[in-house]
Design a protein around this ligand. Sequence first.
Ligand SMILES: [Zn+2]
Length: 429
Amino acid sequence: RNRMLTRIYGCAFPRKKQLDEYLHLLEEIKKRDHRRIGKELDLFSVNEEIGPGLILWHPKGSVIRRIMEDFWREEHTRAGYDLVFSPHIAKIDLWQVSGHLDFYRQSMFSSIGVEGQDYQLKPMNCPFHIQIYKSRMRSYRDLPVRYAELGTVYRYEPSGTLHGLMRVRGFTQDDAHLFLRPDQLDEEIFSLLDFTLFVLRRFGFDRYEIYLSTRPEKFAGTPENWEKAEEALRRALDRKGLPYEVDPGEGVFYGPKIDIKIKDVLGRAWQCSTIQVDFNNPAMFDVRFIGDDGAEHPAIMIHRALMGSLERFFGVLVEHYGGAFPVWLAPVQADVLSVADRHIEYAREVVAALRAAGFRAEGDFRNEKLGYKIRESQLKKVPYALVIGDREVAGRQVSPRRRGGEQFPPMSLEEFFEALRKETKNQER
Ligand SMILES: [Zn+2]
């Protein structure tokens, strides 16, 4: 006879206060779940008819993504990167040379046969950037060459492991590949650390966990090069004075890496940024430059992503802010609410003026009670609600009410624009 076994889980807390804190945390985690907020705020969805792990970005989520992308492009151009684009599939041979077929096959989709040739949906952008680099001979004076791409990649993840935006099958990396002379490696990693933290801070993350991941059991390249690469990463972290932990054996098959996990408002750590040094791909793909001695030398590559995956980073942003995005990221920055029908004409003018000034505004002119409209605007977590009644129409003013309840005295539209601009700027710096 089979005896039934039931597993019972339990947590014990020495103090009542700790138990309360724990229960509060669980409640917060549930409230901030990006899948729940994504639905409530109409940001994104996953559709079984399209397939699991494939994200549909709805208009409001797309506004935030566009802001993330615009910011990223602008800052990368400023930091000396060239922006490139590459296709989503390529001949499978490319992935043989790169080592992905040997080391990464379990994370790749099956190949696609085209006219007797096998093609592969790309799991990474690296080989494409390498081919752009190799499209002509490079001199030591041309280096570093930095190619950046918001590159969409596809990786096979078992359906049981998929989770909202956090674990998906198709995602866009804020990827870049740097081609360097050996003497440029230290300085480049050092400034990359600065650049990474600058980007993370802009989005509101200033607490991190940093890891140095070393050589795994299955690796490509020589132990000497691995040693060199690990040392370079270590020196940069030490010089920057950043505390880190060593994660033995967790490097990528082609090289060691620095991983930065950002901590959200609940103290949870999320893997986002990665900086990887690679001597292997340059050797496999013959990535070279002409030195000042006139001879050819192998270049060193850095692979790096700062946000990591836009999907995942967006998911973390949603949970970090609980959907209440700061003004510069909010899909709608101001809701314009008419009190009665006679206020609609001026309320429309206000929406148009806000939009003309470059702000994201929507109007709610429905025949509903003002309290109801304010509550809805709050639920949508719009930073400002502008109530338009008799007083506002007469004075050609607006009365802003901040998300959360703070009420401002009536002011001119120009004054409100100025306040919004100031707030956006403060959050950006
Ligand atoms: Zn890469």
